[in-house]
Design a protein around this ligand. Structure first.
Ligand code: ADP
Ligand code: ASP
Ligand code: MG
Length: 405
């Protein structure tokens, strides 16, 4: 008998019929003798609908009240799933994040899980119940509702699996595993049998939304066996696990991309020590995260400085940068919010030279101009014009032969 934590994403519980299907699947699984803890997301589109409502009432909705609002999405699904289970004669109890108690820090809208009280869950399981927990939410020490950031139900599931020392954490979604790249963009994308935590972490942080980054961090830290599977079809999915030296290592495991970024440049800024912090300090103060950063070599005592931010923060970052430019006596500020970042990821990169060159050559053949480059031990990212994103990803997928077994 195993203890399994399963998570069903928005599409998997998107309609009443889908919820019935999930209930049937759970019952079948429970009959095999396993204990089940199930995490669910809001029904598909619901979180976006709630955000749109908030936007009608506030310029930049954030903080405590946004969390109170967004947490309702998951609360609907836990109740409906338990009703579906009860209707089929199976005992089930639903819990919101604060009822479990999933304790988080108090950074609203992107809270981090600090502790989970598993008492209620264990008692319930001992009584033969299926336990259904709302994803994406928790509460801080004062009892305020918090949420974990978009895609946060993945993290709820992994954190529960770690706390309960579950045998496996299974993420059920609308694709049957982790692919070499987003299968909705590149039809030749191939499902991976396995991927390392390290690679999955890079893929997730570089835009592959199939798993929230924090869920992968958690799984890696607590060694939770993590699997991505389809709730629509049967199959073994993709196992995310530690690096296995016996496996033949592909040089590149996958390609991730992200259209959510925007680029800002401050031109002709006096090249003094401390200039980077003078430029980025005011940006950080507004809680805007900076991703890539490039400072050019100085000429005639001035330099150019470019960085990227989330596209939602573009307007505010631009305004802040214009103020910085005038106080530092810089020449000009320019920006572009029609960019995309494409990244190739693979642990095999450590032992292979020439990956960057293959990447640049392949993009050049398609006449795609690269405007920024950044590298780390197991990834290379480039920024290109957004309109070349799909072409770029497809050509790299071919160049690295990811369509071949
Ligand atoms: P859920 O609602 O179940 O959490 P998400 O939409 O968050 O589902 O994540 C699943 C989606 O992730 C897929 O539909 C797919 O388009 C996208 N995706 C992006 N990159 C990948 C990848 N490398 N492999 C699989 N899916 C990916
Ligand atoms: N409902 C939340 C979202 O849409 C959390 C999740 O689905 O994981 O981001
Ligand atoms: Mg998701």
């Amino acid at each position: 008998m195993a203890l399994i934590v399963q998570k069903y994403g928005g599409t998997s519980v998107g309609t009443v019929d889908r919820i019935k299907e999930v209930a049937k699947k759970l019952i079948k699984h429970q009959q095999q003798g396993d204990d089940l803890v199930v995490v669910v997301s809001a029904m598909s589109g619901e979180t976006n609908r709630l955000i749109a409502l908030a936007n009608e009432l506030h310029d930049r909705p954030y903080g405590r009240e946004l969390d109170v609002l967004l947490s309702t999405g998951e609360q609907v699904t836990i109740a409906l799933l338990c009703m579906a289970l009860e209707q089929q004669g199976v005992k089930a109890n639903s819990y919101t994040g604060s009822q479990v108690r999933i304790l988080t820090d108090n950074s609203h809208n992107k809270a981090r899980i600090m502790d989970i009280d598993d008492t209620k869950i264990r008692t319930d399981l001992a009584q033969g119940n299926i336990v259904v927990v709302a994803g994406f939410q928790g509460c801080d020490e004062q009892g305020n509702i918090t949420t974990l950031g978009r895609g946060g139900s993945d993290t709820t599931a992994v954190a529960l699996a770690a706390a309960l020392k579950a045998d496996e954490c299974q993420i059920y979604t609308d694709v049957d595993g982790v692919y070499t790249t987003d299968p909705r963009v590149v039809s030749e994308a191939r499902r991976l049998e396995r991927i390392t935590f390290e690679e999955m972490l890079e893929m997730a942080s570089l835009g592959a939304k199939v798993l929230q980054i924090r869920s992968v961090e958690f799984a890696s830290k607590y060694n939770v066996p993590l699997r991505v599977l389809s709730s629509f079809t049967e199959g073994g999915g993709t196992l995310i696990a530690t690096e296995d030296s016996t496996m033949e290592q592909a040089v590149i495991s996958g390609i991730a991309f992200n259209r959510d970024e925007a680029k800002l440049t401050i031109l002709g800024v006096p090249d003094h020590p401390g200039i980077a912090s003078k430029i980025l300090g005011p940006i950080a103060k507004q809680n805007i995260e900076v991703d890539m950063i490039i400072q050019n070599t100085g000429h005639d005592g001035t330099t150019d400085f470019t960085f990227t931010v989330h596209r939602n923060d573009y307007k505010i970052a631009y305004e802040i940068l214009e103020q910085t430019a005038s106080s530092l006596g810089a020449r000009e500020v320019t920006g572009d919010d029609k960019i995309a970042k494409i990244s190739v990821v693979g642990v095999g990169m450590r032992s292979h030279a020439g990956i960057a060159n293959t990447m640049f050559e392949s993009l050049a053949q398609e006449n795609i101009n690269i405007s920024m480059i950044s590298t780390s031990e197991i990834k290379i990212s480039v920024v290109v014009n957004e309109k070349y994103l799909e072409l770029g990803v497809r050509s790299l997928h071919r160049a690295f032969e990811l369509d071949k077994d």
